[in-house]
Write a protein that binds this ligand. Structure first.
Ligand code: ASP
Ligand code: MG
Length: 445
């Protein structure tokens, strides 16, 4: 008997009809003999609605109360789902994050999981129940206050539970058929990635791919939890995130059309295909670029600037430093940061202007970041040149560049980003012959 953790996002449990459909699917697994733990997000846009509600009564709601409020969203979906399952004649019990043993630190709104003690979940399973757990929430070890893990945190709940229960797979159900070689809304020729390593998926998520939550992938990698990211609107195979072969029991069957607990198989696995050098193209529109002009070119200035950014808790992404063309004793430092932190960053630096001794700042939020990711880069020279060539052929100017061992990222003008994604996708031969991506609605979460 295997243990499956299944996570359903907000768009998969948006209304009564969706919840009934999800309940059917969960029950299919139980019938096939699996133990099933389900993690749910709040229905549809409930979390956003609750945030709006809080803001209507207070411009700065106390963090403790905001977390208490937001966890209500997941409590609704967990109880309603348990009822829908009971209605199909199966035993189901719902648990809050705290009842499920999700122990966190005390930071409201972005709590970190420090321990998972799923004793009650284990006994619910042992007595033949399907366990339903509210995602995105936990309880502080010290204060016993209720906490939330941050937006999109239900993925992390699911992976953490899967790790603690030693599950065979953590299935993350969303409204797309898995992880694609690019966002199909931008590059219609994108195709589903069958399997991807943790390392590559981490780079994809960190570079703007939104299907899986970054923290969940980090957690999965640390505890080696295989993730199967797939659509709750179809029975197709999705994308496996794992460094190991897909567990035999869940491997796509050889016979297309065969009915399996996971549904009808639509394809055969082709093991002869050589691993692509590039796994995917990600993009990110959420960053801005800040240039500090005329910084004295002496030791310690960069340290000063980035210490201020660190103290302001701003995550810096790319950094470029150039000798100023106008004044040889000075340098210009540019870096990218989340656009949502733009005002905070410029204020903090403005305050330290005379101390640092720079001339002025330029802020640009009309930028886009394109990243190509693939472990094959390590052993194949020329991958970078190919990207630059393709962008140049399309007359797309590159503003900044950064690389890791398995990723190349470039900053372009925001309005050229979509084209840059398509061009890069084609250049690495990722374009599918037939359009295969179906977006089933919702927001991609
Ligand atoms: N409901 C929460 C959110 O919308 C958590 C989640 O969906 O994972 O952010
Ligand atoms: Mg949500």
């Amino acid at each position: 008997m295997s243990l499956v953790v299944q996570k359903f996002g907000g768009s998969s449990v948006a209304d009564a009809a969706s919840i009934k459909r999800v309940a059917q699917r969960i029950v299919e697994y139980r019938k096939a003999g699996h133990e099933v733990v389900v993690v749910v997000s709040a229905m549809g846009d409930t979390t956003d609605d609750l945030i709006d509600l809080a803001q209507q009564v207070s411009p700065m709601p106390p963090a403790r109360e905001l977390d208490m409020l937001l966890t209500a969203g997941e409590r609704i979906s967990m109880a309603v789902l348990a009822m829908a399952i009971a209605n199909l004649g199966f035993n189901a019990k719902s648990f809050t994050g705290s009842q499920a043993g999700m122990i966190t630190d005390e930071s409201f709104g972005r709590a970190r999981i420090i321990d998972v003690t799923p004793g009650r979940i284990r006994s619910a399973l042992d007595t033949g129940n399907i366990a339903i757990v509210a995602g995105f929430q936990g309880v502080s070890q010290t204060t016993k206050n209720i906490t939330t893990l941050g937006r999109g945190g239900s993925d992390t709940t699911a992976v953490a539970l899967a790790a603690a229960l030693n599950a065979d797979v953590c299935e993350i159900y969303t409204d797309v058929d898995g992880v694609f070689t690019a966002d199909p809304r931008i590059a219609p020729a994108a195709s589903r990635i069958e399997t991807i390593t943790f390392e590559e998926m981490l780079e994809m998520a960190a570079s703007g791919a939104k299907v899986l939550h970054l923290r969940a992938v980090e957690y999965a990698r640390r505890y080696n939890v295989p993730i199967h990211c797939r659509s709750s609107f179809s029975h197709n195979q999705g994308t496996w995130v794992t460094d190991d072969p897909i567990p035999a029991e869940f491997r796509p069957r050889r016979k297309p059309g065969a009915l399996t607990p996971e549904g009808t198989d639509t394809e055969e696995t082709d093991t002869t295909m050589e691993q692509a050098i590039i796994s995917g193209v990600a993009h990110d529109r959420s960053e801005a670029k800040l240039t500090i002009v005329g910084v004295p070119d002496i030791p310690g200035k960069a340290a000063q600037i980035f210490t201020i950014m660190a103290k302001t808790e701003i995550n810096i992404d790319m950094i470029v430093q150039n000798i100023s063309t106008r004044d040889p004793g000075r340098t210009d430092i540019s870096f990218t940061l989340p656009a949502s932190d733009g005002a905070k960053a410029t204020r903090a630096l403005e305050d330290a202007k005379s101390e640092i001794g720079f001339d002025h700042m330029r802020y640009d939020d009309q930028i886009g970041k394109l990243s190509v990711i693939g472990a094959g880069m390590r052993s194949h020279p020329g991958v970078t040149a190919k990207l630059f060539e393709a962008l140049s052929d399309a007359h797309i100017n590159i503003d900044m560049i950064s690389t890791s061992e398995i990723r190349i990222s470039v900053v372009t003008r925001a309005d050229l980003l979509d084209e840059a994604v398509r061009v890069a996708h084609s250049a690495y031969g990722l374009d599918a012959e037939e359009v295969e991506a179906i977006v089933y609605g919702g927001t991609g979460r």
